[in-house]
Design a protein around this ligand. Sequence first.
Ligand code: SAM
Ligand code: SF4
Length: 345
Amino acid sequence: MNETRSSEQVAGPLADRFGRVATDLRVSLTDRCNLRCTYCMPEEGLAWLPRQQQLTDDEVVRLVRVAVERLGVTEVRFTGGEPLIRRGLVGIVAATAQLAPRPRVSITTNGIGLSRIAAPLRAAGLDRVNVSLDTLDPARFLSLTRRDRHDDVLHGLRAAASAGLTPVKINTVLMRGINEDEAPALLRFALSYGYQLRFIEQMPLDAQHRWDRHTMVTADEILAALAPFDLRPDPVSRGTAPAETWLVPGHVDAAGEPARVGVIGSVTRPFCGDCARTRLTADGQVRNCLFATEESDLRKLVRDGAADEEIASAWQAAMWGKRAGHGIDDPAFLQPARPMSAIGG
Ligand code: SAM
Ligand code: SF4
């Protein structure tokens, strides 16, 4: 159970007992997806949320508005599942970008369909995009995602850059014996187009529960593979960002800034002490951590006619109970019941 919170204890709008304040909201717009990445979903997909359990576009916008106007959220990222398959996406982005104070608005996507929708999203007020790409090889892409859509992702990346959704970031998960040899090639690819590449350690969030610490490619191994680039420490502070970043000497990004590469070492270099995230699932549950085993139901409050203050205070209570760390190293660690695709990565 969440530890009981009294109003005197709360130090900030979305504060927790360890002094962290969440300002970065991840909103999952759907648990469905048009890919089946092996580290995320089984081949046959999952039992999708029934439509009536999913928040409507208006309900999503209402909750995002409460977060921004009343709870100090300054960054909103839409994710999923695959957010580009949500029909109302452009309208949701437009409504979010019109909030005051205006939050930064971004999307994490697999890039399929981005070539068509990048410009409308930009016009609606989207600031940035992260596109997931784990390989430069179409055959590997097919075996990794179980869909033959490599070209669509590359087109999506280019469209995002042309639409000005910059800096375009690429998320890559390396897997031992599958694509771990591609780290240098992926970085060369990103540098040549001015994209910013970030490697993410594979986490125990797959629906199949097959994650194995011993096969995970670690941050140290990723950095060793990038040794030929002679990476330099980034003088810009990481703040609450999950990625540790390095400068890549001799390269600049699309904006003429020094090129950077990031590593998100969620497992071997946890950043829980600086976490500024709060999460909302597609069915309106607040999660205070990716690895939380409890959720707080905001959809019920919304559908029961709760006022904004009531929703805000339920959200605060949910965040107050956030644990100090994800506990993956704890022998009693339990993988959350929802997989990554249903939480919103
Ligand atoms: N479908 C979109 C996409 O793939 O970008 C958004 C949702 S996806 C769950 C968000 C990110 O989580 C992707 O970059 C994906 O590679 C990453 N991801 C999924 N499962 C993961 C896992 N088990 N460990 C680490 N990252 C994972
Ligand atoms: Fe879909 Fe993203 Fe999961 Fe891949 S990582 S199956 S694209 S939700």
